[in-house]
Ligand binder design. Structure first.
Ligand code: ZN
Length: 138
């Protein structure tokens, strides 16, 4: 059986990290499926998903890493050619990736104790986002 749902998020942008684990698990509960895989996908060129221990130190370390390797004030052809300001947002999103698949068993995501699914909005302004959650299972 396949179920597809959406998650709506109001984000602040600029590398904001949002814990979407409970929302994803909530979609899964609603399906009453017991075993399978759940994918979350962001249809966006400036945001991404991953997992992390969701505490302020780890989240800040994660954000700081992107400031170091893809700095906002770097030179980006995207900004020059398109008159845009989010060249770094696109590169960051491409690096991290737009989707994540988590197996579930007995109706629960098989995440580690401290492992949380997070959505990261790298764009340079607040956005209204819609994520796709697709669940394949039985
Ligand atoms: Zn752009």
């Amino acid at each position: 059986m396949i179920r597809t749902a959406t998650l709506e998020l109001a984000t602040a942008g600029n590398g904001q990290v949002i814990d979407i684990t409970d929302a994803m698990q909530g979609v899964l509960y609603g399906t009453q499926l017991q075993h399978g895989i759940a994918t979350v996908f962001c249809p966006s060129a400036t945001s991404a998903v991953t997992t992390i221990e969701y505490e302020s130190g780890a989240v800040r370390d994660f954000q700081r890493l992107f400031d170091e390797i893809v700095p906002p004030d770097g030179e980006y052809l995207h900004n020059q050619q398109r008159g845009d300001d989010n060249g770094h947002s696109h590169v960051r999103a491409a690096l991290l990736g737009p989707s994540l698949t988590v197996p579930f068993s007995d109706g629960r995501l098989t995440l580690g104790t401290w492992q949380r699914v997070v959505y990261v909005d790298f764009d340079t302004r607040p956005r209204q986002r819609r994520l796709v959650v697709q669940i394949i299972g039985e």
